[in-house]
Design a binder for this molecule. Structure first.
Ligand code: HEM
Length: 140
């Protein structure tokens, strides 16, 4: 039981760290879209974004290792987990798209409008609510 609780604790800590990146990377893109024509601001935002993007991938990797341990070693599974992992895959795709846009800015490519980026930034909120409900309620 202790092992299970420590693994789940680690899973949640790395999930929370990753979600910090999922929520903040699009904010950096909004700032780049609105203030990216000032070279000093642009360079700083690009540096912050690339460090955050790399950090987020490490946190996701660790969250996944502990999540897979809960699933495959402790045998916790069900329809809810498959639905949850589908949403997790969508969140990861959202994160990679944000990272691609950031790398595009570094190569001189244009960003979507800051309004579109603000809507893009809201998507993870709904996915996270559904993920947490699925794993706590296990409705199916
Ligand atoms: C990457 C692959 C992932 C796998 C294989 C996975 C798998 C699991 C499993 C098997 C549990 C244990 C459930 C239980 O003890 O009843 C769990 C707990 C949890 N997972 Fe994940 N997970 C993953 C990613 C995520 C992500 C990205 C999030 C949030 C964005 C998340 C949020 C949670 C939460 C909140 C719990 C704790 C629920 C509780 O306290 O009972 N997981 N996960």
């Amino acid at each position: 039981m202790q092992g299970y609780l420590w693994i789940k604790t680690a899973h949640l800590v790395f999930v929370i760290a990753w979600m910090g990146g999922v929520f903040y990377l699009p904010r950096i893109l909004v700032n780049l879209a609105e203030a990216g024509d000032v070279p000093a601001v642009r360079e700083r935002l690009l540096l912050m974004g690339s460090r955050l993007y790399r950090f987020g991938h490490i946190m996701f990797g660790l969250a996944a290792v502990f999540g897979l341990t809960l699933w495959l070693h402790f045998g916790i599974t069900g329809g809810w987990l498959h639905a949850k992992l589908t949403l997790v895959a969508l969140l990861l795709a959202h994160y990679i798209v944000a990272g691609r846009w950031l790398k595009g800015v570094a190569r001189g490519r244009a960003l979507p409008s800051s309004k579109a980026l603000r809507w893009f930034n809201e998507i993870p909120v709904f996915a996270l609510i559904a993920i947490v409900y699925l794993v706590l309620a296990k409705p199916f």
